[in-house]
Design a protein around this ligand. Structure first.
Ligand SMILES: [Zn+2]
Length: 471
C-alpha cells in the first residue's frame, strides 16, 4: 500500500506487445505518473484513433516522466497537453532539447497531413483537424523540467526519480523510481529503450538498478545484431564500390540518432584517409537541427567521442557534410552528376524528401540505396529490401535497378546478448518483470532467456493490463 492507502500499481497503455506508443501509468501515493507518452504508429485510421483518445483523463495526470526523445516515446505529449494535462514533464537536459525539435517537426507534419486530407475531402464531410499544431508543441515544451543523469528529483509527493544513461540516443535514460509509502519504500525501474555495447558517440548503458518491478523493452530480445566493429568497414566497401562505378548513395534515415552515427563513421573514414573525395549531403532540416543539439550536449558523449570533439570541434563534419535546408537546395541535388552520399528522411521511405531522391536515382544501376533501419511491412523501404522489381513512388512506377544494400548493425537497440549483459547481473534482485516495447515473438524470446537466468514472474502484458506492486 502506498502512503495514503491507495494501491501502488502500473497499467500498460502503450507499446504493449508492440513497439510503438510507449505509455505506462503509475499510480503511487494517490498520484498518477505517466511514463512516456509516445506516438502509436500503424495503419492511418487506427493510429489516429489511438493517438487522439487517451484511456484516462489527461487532466488527472500529475506528472510525466520521459525516457527519451524518439517519437514513439514522446510524440503524443502535445496532444496530452492539448487535452488538459498541466503537470510537469521530467527528462534529461539533452532529451528536453531534442524533444523540442522533434515535436515541432511532428506538429508540422500533422498540420500538413490534415491540410492534404482536407484538400481531397469529399464534399459534405467534416474537415479533419491536425492531431496537434505547432502552437500545441511549443506550449507543451514550457512544461519540461530537466534533471541531469544520476541526480534524484521529486516527481510527486514521496516519489523520486533518477535518470541513468540508457546509451540508446543522446539524453536517453533508464528511469529509476523510488516510492516512499507510509511504512515501506518501493522501487520501479523502467529501462526506456536500452542501447548496445560499443556504439559510437554514446556511453554504454549504465548498470540497470534492481527493483521490485522491472519494466524492460524487448525490441530485439530474440535477435543478434552484426557486431558494431564491422560497421565502418562495411560502410567503406559500399562507398568505394558505388563511387568506382560513378554512382550516388542514398541513405534513407530517421533524423535522430542513426543519421549522426552514419555521419560519425563517414567522418572517421575520411579523416583516416580510407575514403577520399566523398561529398556528403544531409537533406533534412530536422537532421540538421538534431545534429546541432548533439553538439550542445557533449556531457552525453563517451570518452572516445569527447576526446575527438576536444581535438576537432567539427565532429559532425560541418566542413565535410553539407546540410541542405531549403526545398530548392534539395532539388539541386538531383541535378548533380558527380558521385555523392545523400542522407535523407524518412527512414522507411514513406514520406519526405527521400522519395524525390529515390525517384531520380532508383533506375540507375550505378547507384546504391543503403538501408540502415528497420522497415515495417507495407512501406516503400520494405519493398526495397525485398528488391521488388517495380516500386511505386508518388504516382509513378519505377524499375529498381540501383543496388540495394542492407546494413542492420546500425541499430541502437540492445540485442539478446546485450540484454543478458545488462539485466543478467540483477537476476535474483528483481521481484516482477514486465516486458514491453517488442513484438510478441521478440518479447517471448527475451522472457525465456530471462527465466533461464533466474528471473521470476516474467510477463508480457497486453494493453490495459495492470501489475500491482502493493495492494
Ligand atoms: Zn528509442
Amino acid at each position: 500500500m502506498s502512503a495514503n492507502g491507495s494501491p501502488l500499481q502500473v497499467t500498460f497503455w502503450g507499446a504493449a506487445r508492440t513497439v510503438t506508443g510507449s505509455m505506462h501509468l503509475v499510480d503511487a501515493n494517490g498520484h498518477q505518473i505517466l511514463l512516456d507518452c509516445g506516438f502509436y504508429q500503424g495503419k492511418r485510421s487506427e493510429a489516429r484513433q489511438r493517438n487522439s483518445t487517451f484511456p484516462f483523463r489527461p487532466g488527472d495526470i500529475h506528472a510525466l516522466v520521459l525516457s527519451h526523445a524518439h517519437i514513439d516515446h514522446s510524440g503524443n505529449i502535445p496532444n496530452l497537453v492539448r487535452q488538459g494535462f498541466h503537470g510537469p514533464i521530467y527528462c534529461t537536459p539533452a532529451t528536453h532539447d531534442l524533444t523540442a525539435v522533434m515535436l515541432a517537426d511532428s506538429a508540422k507534419i500533422q498540420e500538413e497531413d490534415a491540410e492534404f486530407l482536407n484538400r481531397h475531402r469529399p464534399k459534405g464531410e467534416r474537415p479533419i483537424e491536425p492531431l496537434y499544431t505547432r502552437e500545441d508543441a511549443r506550449r507543451c515544451v514550457t512544461q519540461f523540467y530537466s534533471i541531469p543523469y544520476d541526480r534524484p528529483g521529486e516527481v510527486t509527493p514521496g516519489v523520486q526519480v533518477r535518470f541513468l544513461d540508457a546509451g540508446h540516443l543522446l539524453g536517453s535514460a533508464i528511469v529509476a523510481l523510488r516510492i516512499q509509502s507510509a511504512s515501506q519504500e518501493h522501487t520501479i525501474t523502467f529501462t526506456g529503450d536500452l542501447g548496445r555495447r560499443g556504439l559510437p558517440i554514446l556511453r554504454d548503458p549504465a548498470p540497470v538498478p534492481p527493483a521490485e518491478l522491472l519494466i524492460s523493452e524487448s525490441t530485439y530480445g530474440g535477435k543478434t545484431h552484426p557486431p558494431v566493429g564491422e560497421l565502418a568497414g562495411g560502410l567503406e566497401d559500399v562507398v568505394q564500390r558505388t563511387f568506382n562505378r560513378g554512382g550516388k548513395i542514398l541513405i534513407p534515415a530517421f533524423s535522430l540518432g542513426r543519421t549522426q552515427t552514419v555521419i560519425y563513421y563517414l567522418h572517421q573514414l575520411i579523416l583516416s584517409g580510407r575514403l577520399k573525395n566523398v561529398p556528403i549531403f544531409v537533406d533534412s532540416p530536422l537532421a540538421a537541427e538534431a545534429t546541432e543539439v548533439f553538439r550542445l550536449h557533449p556531457e552525453c558523449f563517451d570518452e572516445v567521442t569527447a576526446k575527438l570533439l576536444a581535438d576537432d570541434p567539427d565532429l559532425f563534419g560541418r566542413k565535410l557534410v553539407y546540410y541542405t535546408r531549403s526545398v530548392e537546395e534539395s532539388k539541386q541535388l538531383n541535378g548533380r552528376k558527380e558521385s555523392c552520399i545523400i542522407i535523407s528522411a524518412s527512414g522507411m521511405c514513406e514520406n519526405g524528401r527521400i522519395l524525390h531522391h529515390l525517384k531520380h536515382n532508383i533506375e540507375n544501376p550505378a547507384n546504391t540505396i543503403l538501408i540502415i533501419g528497420y522497415q515495417a511491412p507495407d512501406t516503400v523501404g520494405y519493398r526495397l529490401v525485398q528488391r521488388q522489381p517495380k516500386i511505386r513512388i508518388f504516382d509513378g512506377i519505377y524499375s529498381l535497378r540501383a543496388e540495394v544494400v542492407v546494413m542492420n548493425g546500425f541499430s541502437s537497440h540492445a540485442d539478446q546478448g546485450d540484454f543478458m549483459d545488462f539485466l543478467g547481473p540483477i537476476a535474483g534482485q528483481v521481484g516482477k518483470v514486465r516486458l514491453v516495447h517488442g513484438e510478441v515473438e521478440q518479447a517471448e524470446a527475451l522472457a525465456k532467456s530471462l527465466r533461464d537466468k533466474g528471473f521470476k514472474d516474467v510477463v508480457i502484458p497486453a494493453r490495459g493490463e495492470k501489475v500491482v506492486i502493493s495492494p
